[in-house]
Design a protein around this ligand. Structure first.
Ligand code: URP
Ligand code: ZN
Ligand code: ZN
Ligand code: ZN
Length: 480
């Protein structure tokens, strides 16, 4: 048993002062002056917010991609998540086009089982659809308990799928009651733009954004919406970065397409000028779709506050700067990294592994830049980073809620803590932070997962392997 006394409880819809009693891993009571047996451990949460555990609906922990493999493992990523107040991870299982889907999901699960500190599940990447795929996916949904898919309209030749495969995936998803998450960019246009920029000698990280302009992302969204409309599948657009992309999805919603919109912390808190930093520092900020100019970031905050954007994830993609981002270094004379030494050829922005690590920082950034700056309120913070991800992906009300019966995943948040983000102190396994030196207000003071304290007074006290896989049930389409 654990009693959290007198906290300022914040949910997606409410805010009130009460005690929370946790028993046997779940919340057993919420109310004022709860009576507990003598000896029950008590945490005094006076002056602090108590949030339902946060859910990151879009992370990569194990990601073989662009000729390298991401740096985190489940021990480092789930510890980092918990230190930042995230108690559930939904990881993208991303097989190559030649990998067997069942082998892939078992491999991804094996990376977390018995290792993860926090709870977790997966979106099943569909990177090929042939005569064997439907059976494998049916099994993955009904036996493995994975009820969301992931498709890439970008990254042709790697994870990207053809239109006939997209149609088959969405048709099957509709039949099974599965939500399809999608990376939306027009892959052919990206390839053309990349070729042209490189032929003009435009090689540095600052050319990554121009190679994947907002039109290319909006075009990808429209394409997905057409297929969702044709099949009746429910879709979830991941990492939405810009105004035209949100508008394209809004337009389809008006026609009756069921589509959710996710944005991610880098788009809200960074802008495209970071990719222009000298000495190849810009490579730290290369992800796809790219980080846009400030007007897009401002728009995303407003769309979030208005409920047009449903969720905020991270797209945590942990690549090191020194050895991995440098694979795209254009200037051999200045580069001492592995890429140049092994190939002897200069790189360019298309060779920089795409992605930014931020699983640890999402809630701090949303709180500091969103809540404290008056861009979103506390309920929106809880809605977009906990309750909505739980609802969309079949975890609610086990997760995302503070009601009797819900898992006792709780974040006691100190709103007055002040500090700075630094790679020197973070728990992620990467050698840099995209938010290095950033001043932060507020932090996760105490974090529980199913009633077990994993972070206490900002210090790590977690138990390895405490995290559990979360099997999920398919949706009844039309219910949400
Ligand atoms: O740049 C990104 N987003 N890297 C991770 C892979 C993906 O597209 O989600
Ligand atoms: Zn993506
Ligand atoms: Zn991703
Ligand atoms: Zn280099």
């Amino acid at each position: 048993m654990l009693l959290i006394r007198n906290g300022d409880i914040v949910t997606a819809t409410d805010r009130f002062t009460a005690d929370i009693l946790c028993d046997n891993g779940v919340i057993s009571a919420v109310g004022m002056n709860l009576e507990v047996p003598e000896g029950t451990p008590v945490i005094d949460a006076t002056g602090k917010h108590v949030f339902p555990g946060f859910i990151d609906p879009h992370v990569h922990v194990y990601l073989p991609f662009m000729g390298t493999v991401s740096k985190d493992n489940y021990a480092t990523a789930s510890k980092a998540a918990l230190m930042g107040g995230t108690t559930t991870l939904i990881e993208m299982c991303c097989p190559s086009r030649t990998e067997d889907p069942l082998d892939a999901i078992r491999l991804w699960k094996s990376k977390a089982d018995g290792i993860s500190f926090c709870d977790y599940t997966f979106h099943m990447g569909v990177t090929r659809f042939d005569e064997t795929t439907a059976d494998a996916l049916r099994h993955i949904v009904s036996i493995e308990g994975i009820t969301s898919f992931k498709v890439f309209l970008a990254y042709k030749g790697a994870f990207g799928i053809e239109d006939t495969e997209l149609f088959q995936t969405l048709s099957l998803a509709k039949e099974l009651g599965v939500v399809v998450t999608a990376h939306c960019e027009n892959a052919d246009l990206v390839a053309e733009k990349q070729k042209k920029l490189i032929s003009e000698g435009k090689l540095g990280p600052e050319w990554h954004e121009p190679s994947r302009p907002v039109t290319v992302e909006a075009g990808g969204c429209r394409h997905l919406m057409t297929y969702a409309e044709m099949t009746g599948a429910q879709v979830y657009v991941v990492h939405t970065s810009c105004i035209p992309a949100v508008e394209a999805i809004e337009e389809a919603r008006k026609r009756g397409v069921k589509a959710w919109i996710e944005t991610v912390s880098p788009y809200l808190t960074l802008d495209s000028s970071y990719a222009e930093l000298p000495n190849f520092e810009g490579a730290k900020f290369v992800m796809s779709p790219p980080i846009r100019s400030q007007e897009h970031g401002d728009f995303l905050w407003t769309a979030l506050a208005e409920g047009i954007i449903d969720t905020v994830g991270t797209d945590h993609a942990p690549f090191d700067y020194a050895t991995q981002k440098h694979m795209g270094h254009p200037d051999p004379a200045k580069c001492v990294d592995a890429h140049f030494q092994t190939t002897g050829t200069p790189g360019n922005f298309t060779l920089i592994p795409n992605g930014i690590p931020s699983v640890e920082e999402r809630i701090k950034l949303l709180y500091t830049e969103g809540v404290r700056r008056g861009r979103i309120d506390l309920q929106t913070l809880v809605r977009c980073a906990s309750t909505k991800p739980a609802e969309i992906f079949g975890l609610y009300p086990r997760k995302g809620a503070i009601v009797p019966g819900s898992d006792a995943d709780l974040v006691i948040w100190d709103p007055e803590w002040r500090g700075k983000i630094s790679a020197a102190t973070h728990s992620m396994a990467t050698d840099y932070s995209a938010f290095e030196g950033k001043s932060i207000v507020g932090r996760a003071d105490t974090v529980t997962v199913r009633g077990k304290i994993m972070v206490q007074n900002g210090e790590w006290v977690g138990e390895k392997g405490w995290g559990e896989f979360l099997p999920r049930e398919p949706k009844k389409y039309g219910d949400c």
